[in-house]
Ligand binder design. Structure first.
Ligand code: AVJ
Ligand code: FE
Length: 439
């Protein structure tokens, strides 16, 4: 795609905003109103909060900041400010009821589309390449993923359904791939809608390493459990050990053992845990402990991005493992088309030049790294997007999941969360140093 042509970007912005709103509508119409205003977990907002917050952010950035309009309903801004009210507190706020929230978001959208039509995609940092429109489409899709997490946490019968990914023959390729040492370009200064934390492009020197060809599967993770992994402090960091002991954690979230087998609850349905699927709903502590048990470690964020973007033949970094083309259903499991990861080894068309699979889509992958700014980072357009989260308390996740839309997923995209979190669509793959072998 020509990402320098303003009219191409305008069409992409319209398509991305429309796709996001269709998904938001589905996620907030597949249950009755009481399920929209209820809090399904103290970790999550009521769905109706996400809905009006989506509209409120769009109003703030596209109508007020880009178009210079006055606030439509200044009295509600505080309610939908994520920093003013923690999630646990949101159900007790005087939130807009579902119908009013829908009407508000729709009214904002109508005006935002007029602004989109009338805005030059040049001249100011917010409108250059249509950044604000891309940012708002990504913001809505990120909340669509958040709302899907709320749906997964919700008790009761299934409200959402989707076809399963195509079954895949057992993966017979090599278990790991050698990524040669040397410099590569991390981050981006060219991707028009990359968020502040992905910028700027800069060189990193990476020693050679091996990385798993596919994410770690449920079968492999079950071997860790069966070997007593949750009962052996050798595999856990001190904080991780304290956490799993004090919360009696003995398996991934949503799993339970019955009659000698592992079952899981997934979007209202209980099923046998499928052995060939990437493991899902594990914390950073669990991913880190599994890796140590396996005699390996989590990849650093730099290693992950080199595995995902470095094209050794061209000696450059690409947008995705397969090159620069936008993701299609052949490349990756994205966009909530399926409500589960695809079997490990799926998506041969999406593999990297070195043969690493499923880096994009399926499950978010925990990395060893803390969420920190790149050299030359500048907060844009607001420091509450990334900057206030930098530090050792958040670990980086990469690659997106089946719940992430393509507009909010690329080789440079960075997500972050606390190491205890596992209601998110998180899995991992492992790595090891190669220096000893290749020296
Ligand atoms: C990047 C997923 C951690 O959900 O807290 C949504 C995205 N920022 N609204 C989050 C976000 C503001 C953010 N994460
Ligand atoms: Fe938000």
């Amino acid at each position: 795609p020509d990402l320098t042509d303003p009219e191409t970007l305008r069409e992409r912005a319209l398509a991305a905003l429309t796709t996001a709103r269709d998904r938001t509508a589905l996620l907030t119409s597949c249950v009755e109103d009481p399920d929209l205003t209820a809090q399904h977990s103290p970790l999550m907002s009521p769905l109706v909060w996400d809905l009006a917050h989506i509209g409120n952010q769009e109003e703030m950035w596209l109508l007020r900041e880009v178009a210079g309009r006055d606030a439509m309903r200044p009295e509600i801004d505080g309610l939908y400010d994520a920093f003013e009210h923690p999630r646990a507190e949101r159900p007790s706020l005087p939130l807009l009821p579902p119908d009013e929230a829908r009407r508000y978001a729709a009214e904002v959208r109508g005006r935002a589309l007029d602004v989109l039509e009338g805005t030059r995609f040049r001249g100011t940092p917010l409108t250059e390449a249509g950044f604000a429109f891309g940012m708002i489409a990504q913001h809505e899709q990120q909340h669509d993923e958040t709302m899907l997490i709320t749906h997964q946490l919700r008790k009761g019968p299934a409200a959402l359904t989707a076809p399963d990914p195509a079954p895949a023959p057992p993966f017979t390729g090599p278990a790991e791939v050698l990524v040669p040492g040397g410099p590569f370009t991390m981050g981006t200064s060219a991707e028009p809608w990359a968020l502040d934390n992905e910028r700027p492009a800069h060189q990193r020197l990476v020693p050679p390493f091996f990385i798993d060809t596919t994410p770690v599967t449920n079968a492999a993770y079950q071997a860790f459990i069966a070997d007593g992994g949750y009962g052996d402090p050798r595999w856990w960091t001190p904080d991780g050990w304290t956490h799993i002991r004090s919360h009696s954690i003995e398996a991934p979230l949503f799993w339970r053992r019955e009659a000698g087998q592992w079952l899981r609850r997934r979007f209202g349905v209980t099923e046998v845990v499928p052995p060939d699927e990437p493991v899902l709903h594990v914390s950073w502590y669990e991913a880190d402990a599994y890796a140590r048990w396996a005699g390996r470690r989590l990849p650093t964020e730099t290693e992950w991005e080199k595995a995902a973007r470095h094209d050794p033949a061209a000696d450059r970094s690409t947008r995705y493992p397969w090159g620069d083309a936008d993701p299609t259903p052949e490349h990756a499991n994205l966009g909530q088309r399926h409500l589960r990861p695809a079997p490990a080894g799926s998506y041969p068309a999406g593999e990297s030049p070195l043969g690493v699979r499923q880096l994009i889509g399926d499950v978010w992958e925990w990395t060893a790294s803390d969420f920190l700014p790149y050299p030359g980072f500048t907060a844009f357009p607001y420091k509450e997007y990334s900057e206030v989260f930098f530090g050792p308390e958040h670990k980086v996740l990469r690659g997106g999941s089946f719940a992430v839309d393509a507009v909010a997923c690329r080789g440079t995209f960075r997500n972050w969360d606390y190491p205890i979190r596992r209601q998110i669509f998180s899995g991992f793959r492992t790595a090891r140093d190669a220096a000893a072998e290749t020296a």
